[in-house]
Design a protein around this ligand. Structure first.
Ligand code: FES
Length: 114
């Protein structure tokens, strides 16, 4: 669900992100965010694992779960919640939509980034 009052950020054209692929972007003022295209749809989460400094975009995706490449904690792409140790803290999830073939992220914009 896209919440009113959020600012869209263009990630890429959907055609460049087929099922099974992931893209990482860093919107202004944000930490890197990865958008995963799974067979169930698009999911966006903060890219950095909450356990240590690993990129979840480099992890193994199965269904709606991504396994961290460093210590193998698994995160639910829908909720960001890890299924078990060593990660204990959820990664942030972000709203994502497709408008006219463009993948958009939606989040509260903090301050003017122009
Ligand atoms: S860095 Fe991801 S589980 Fe350790």
């Amino acid at each position: 669900m896209i919440h009113p009052g959020t600012t869209p950020f263009a990630v890429c054209e959907l055609i460049t992100l087929p099922v099974g692929e992931v893209v990482t972007v860093t919107p202004p003022g944000m930490a890197p965010i990865s958008v995963f295209h799974t067979s169930d749809g698009l999911y966006a989460i903060d890219d950095t694992c909450t356990h240590q400094d690993a990129s979840l975009a480099d992890g193994w995706v199965e269904g709606c779960t991504v396994e961290c490449p460093l210590h193998e904690a698994c995160f639910d792409l829908r909720t960001g919640v890890p299924s078990g140790p060593p990660a204990k803290i959820a990664v942030r999830t972000h709203d994502v939509s497709i408008v006219d073939g463009t993948v958009l992220l939606h989040f509260e914009q903090k301050g003017d980034t122009r």
